[in-house]
Ligand binder design. Structure first.
Ligand code: HMG
Ligand code: MG
Length: 291
């Protein structure tokens, strides 16, 4: 990859951000947020997830949000789907891009989706079959690619194994999640290096939480290793509800865009639209404080 190839940004704020905000955003605020984000040249916007509202109340009403959002050509609008129930709801809402998710850690998977890694792959089989029938694009997530909040360090080989299985099943992109932000440039490099041996590097995305302020450095290391897709959340919203207080927030889209632009990776990004979307989150946070 040339040093100055454009990088694709996947905006995960409306899903990974809002799923962990204590204040549940109203459906209309979620829709307005996504419509504001759509003015930015994102590759993909994660609209929400079709998970159990008992587990994640913030993501209830994702079908209503998805149906109301004004989709801009050129942007993929996607939703997380954990099982066949979620898949059915996604198809009913006419979602065309779904993401399935598992982890490189057994314990994290139990806490997050109530099943083992093996069981998660069993759940994915009918999802992938239905995805083919409905011509859905499927992205696969691997969580805990550096550390698990419950069991500590994860080996790069464990991540590579899970990523390879997702790719072999038909996932078009594999997002590598440093769920609790424990990655360093050295560990991120070792992890990406192991994964790119088994999945083409152009199929990989890096998904950093910024718990310890390493996210930007880690993203740059992943890009230097050939990764071309970066996940981030406007305003650094969110975290992961099953990673305890350790997942303090996604890396902020504003920081990612500004840094990558300075380095020449995002020459044409509309900075005015970025600022507007950033202000939307800022305004909404102020409103939440007042209520
Ligand atoms: P379960 O309780 O094991 O599921 O949950 P179940 O099949 O036994 O069903 C129990 C009840 O849930 C039933 O209802 C089902 O109908 C219902 P009841 O009979 O009790 O009334 N149900 C559903 N309802 C709505 N949508 C569904 C659904 N499935 C079952 N899809 C389940 C299993 C996966 C559903 C649950 O554990 C869950 O929803 N977990 C939420 C996981 C989640 O959203 N985590 C955050 C996203 S992952 C993440 O943030 C990491 C990432 O960002 C990358 C990184 O940073 O590392 C991607
Ligand atoms: Mg995440």
């Amino acid at each position: 990859m040339s040093m100055f190839s454009p990088i694709k940004i996947v905006e995960v704020g409306p899903r990974d951000g809002l799923q962990n905000e204590q204040q549940v955003w109203s459906t209309s605020d979620r829709i307005a947020f996504i419509n504001t984000l759509s003015d930015c040249p994102f590759h993909e916007i994660e609209v929400g997830s079709f998970v159990s509202p008992k587990w994640i109340p913030q993501m209830a009403e994702t079908d209503g949000v998805f149906k109301a959002v004004v989709q801009k050509p050129g942007i993929l609008y996607s939703c997380l789907v954990p099982n066949e129930v979620g898949l059915r709801k996604a198809v009913e809402a006419k979602v065309k891009n779904i993401s399935i998710f598992t982890a490189a850690s057994e314990i994290f998977n139990q806490k997050n989706i109530n099943c083992s890694i093996e069981e998660s792959f069993n759940r994915f089989v009918p999802i992938m079959e239905a995805a083919k029938i409905h011509r859905l694009r499927v992205r696969g997530y691997v969580s805990c690619v550096i550390e698990c909040p419950y069991t500590g360090a994860i080996l790069p080989t464990q991540v590579a194994e899970v990523a390879a299985r997702l790719y072999a099943m038909g996932c078009e992109e594999i997002s590598l999640g440093d769920t609790i932000g424990k990655g360093t440039p050295a560990t991120i490099h070792a992890m990406v290096d192991a994964v790119r041996q088994v999945v083409p590097v152009e199929k990989l995305a890096i998904h950093c939480h910024d718990t310890y302020g390493n996210a930007i450095e880690n993203i740059l290391v992943a890009i230097e290793a050939g990764v071309q897709v970066v996940d981030s959340a406007m305003g650094g919203l969110g975290g992961c509800p099953y990673a305890g207080s350790q997942a303090k927030g996604n890396v902020a889209t504003e920081t990612v865009v500004k840094t990558l632009r300075l380095k020449g990776y995002l020459p044409d990004f509309d900075m005015i639209a970025l600022e507007r979307a950033s202000q939307f989150v800022g305004g909404r946070k102020t409103k939440a404080h007042r209520t």
